[in-house]
Write a protein that binds this ligand. Sequence first.
Ligand SMILES: [Zn+2]
Length: 96
Amino acid sequence: MEKRSCVVCAATFYVLPQCPNQIYCSARQCQQVRKNRWQREARKDPDYQENQVRAQQRWRASHPDYWRTYRAEHAEYTQKNRELQASRNAKRHKKP
Ligand SMILES: [Zn+2]
């Protein structure tokens, strides 16, 4: 089995025969970095974006009261989020 060093933590690991291009070790933090990088790239893919939009629409349609209930049960979060959104909106409207 081939040994490599992880691109994140530099630890030595054995390359799985099923994953010959493996460059990350199996440590939780390194797998999280791999996933984050993958998602960052995937978000640029129009097919992925379209699929995400459809999946989110489906989820919202099958859970119509989720956010209403969440906001009712988390008043502190809701208030903080409203303030942050108001400041984001103000910042956006300032730009030319
Ligand atoms: Zn690693």
